[in-house]
Write a protein that binds this ligand. Structure first.
Ligand code: EPZ
Length: 420
């Protein structure tokens, strides 16, 4: 038995969608909360399976977790116990690696299984490890398990060879209780990192430079509780912009910070999509005369790697030759194989995909090989003639809250079925 998503393509979308809280901020904010000694309340939590996995990790660490609203989580780490994180929930997502920095920072010791997550080609965590070691930790990796310990953590200068989101956040968390000053150079600048720093500073940390590539952390003795509202999900918003550019007469996205999406919006406009952005909402109108564009992914504020799969589906409908060059994950092109099954004219030579359009797409069986490939398949299914069946939808449910429900509300024919 397997649950699949089915889409009958060709229906026009119209209406308003509210964007949820940012997945990639949430999955760092939850582990960051364990650094506190008092309760932390987070609102804007998306209802996705990655959050459920992280809650299991919190409960395993004997942290009180509760919520009164559906998008809220109340985390009380006052009586937590630092146990080896060797449970299955850890392996369900990449972001469980944030417990490394958080538990090392708070207890000087963490034991954790190798985190899982989307298969995007090689995803090393050497920069995280080098950062912990620079702060004074010893790292052992045996039987798929990291044991990271430190007698003391001492602030230092850390230069990241690549502006890694995960390494930047993990090193910040390991450094908040360290003695003295830590400076991270070539830090990543993603909005989700700013959100984590905002939370930590509300808890009492002393972190400067959020949103720049030099972040300074002055160690403190204690972090208290706080209230924090999570930023909107720019990747979910971007996915909806692309869906709307494919099929909308007029779709409005609410709860958006448009400047987080400048790179995508400028590419969509270049392709001929009509977009009107205001302070916290965006109107999008489909274009029947899409033009090919060239995309190159890069760290924020560049074009987000997480949006290239959904955009690739749209580019099958653009006239001319589009190219997508991946500078973050050079092998993140599994969606192209799925698009070919639907009739797309696309070829891949790492790190570049070429899409020649416009080609009609035809519904068939496709696989969500990772989260954003899944989003790409939803875009393609809405565009295609006939019915598209998407398999392995657990990837989609890891990162999009109620994607099918939100699309039904604006007129999409999309539903779930259980098949043998
Ligand atoms: C985050 O992954 C996101 N995940 C990813 O979102 C996103 O694609 C990625 O950032 C890039 O924006 C979360 O926030 C949970 P990186 P992360 O460290 O932190 C190399 C999605 O679909 N690298 O910035 O793991 C790495 O191989 C997901 O929502 C090292 O070489 O990404 C990659 O080439 C998937 N060594 C590049 O840096 C390291 O130690 C950027 O990775 C760390 C990274």
């Amino acid at each position: 038995m397997e649950e699949v998503i089915r889409i009958e393509g060709g229906h026009t979308l119209n209406g308003t969608i509210r964007v949820s809280g940012a997945k990639n901020a949430t999955v760092a904010l939850i582990p960051a909360s364990v650094l506190a000694t008092k309760p932390v309340r987070l609102v804007g939590i998306p209802n996705i399976s990655d959050v459920k996995s992280l809650k299991k990790c919190l409960e395993y660490l004997e942290i009180d977790v509760s919520s009164t609203l559906s998008d809220e989580i109340y985390i009380d780490p006052s009586h937590m116990v630092n146990k080896p994180l060797d449970i299955e929930a850890v392996s369900k997502l990449r972001a469980s690696y944030y417990f490394m920095g958080a538990l090392l920072g708070k207890y000087r010791k963490v034991i954790i299984k190798m985190p899982g997550g989307c298969n995007l080609g090689p995803r090393p965590i050497d920069l995280h490890i080098k950062g912990f070691e620079a702060l004074g930790a010893k790292v052992d990796y045996t039987n798929d398990t990291y044991t990271i310990t430190a007698d003391r953590l001492k602030g230092t200068r850390i230069y990241l060879d690549f502006a890694s989101v995960g390494a930047t956040i993990n090193i910040i968390m390991a450094a908040v209780y360290a003695e003295g000053r830590t400076v991270i150079e070539n830090a990543a600048r993603e909005p989700e990192i700013i959100d984590v720093i905002t939370l930590l500073n509300k808890m009492g940390a002393s972190i400067k430079g959020a949103g720049t590539n030099v972040i300074t952390i002055d160690g403190v003795k204690e972090l208290g509780g706080c209230f924090h509202e999570i930023i909107p999900d720019r990747i979910e918003a971007g996915t909806f912009m692309i869906l709307a550019a494919a099929m909308a007469d007029h779709v409005t996205l609410e709860n958006v910070i448009p400047y987080h999406l400048d790179a995508l919006m400028s590419k969509l406009k270049e392709a001929g999509v009509h977009i009107d952005s205001k302070i916290d909402y965006v109107d999008i109108y489909r274009s029947d005369k899409l033009k090919a564009v060239d995309i190159k992914t890069s760290p924020y504020p560049g074009f987000a790697t997480d949006l290239q799969a959904p955009l690739s589906s749209l580019l099958t409908q653009a006239t001319g030759i589009s190219t997508v060059t991946e500078t973050i994950y050079p092998e993140r092109f599994k969606h192209c194989e799925q698009l070919r099954k639907m009739g797309a004219n696309t070829s891949v030579t790492y790190p570049k995909a070429t899409i020649i359009g416009k080609t009609p797409l035809v519904g068939t069986d496709v696989w969500a090989t990772d989260l954003r490939c899944g989003a790409g398949m939803v875009v393609a299914g809405l565009l295609a003639e006939g019915i598209t069946t998407i398999h392995d939808i657990y990837h989609i449910d890891r990162g999009y809250e109620n994607l099918d429900g939100k699309l039904q509300e604006i007129g999409a024919k999309i539903w779930r079925e259980t098949i043998d």
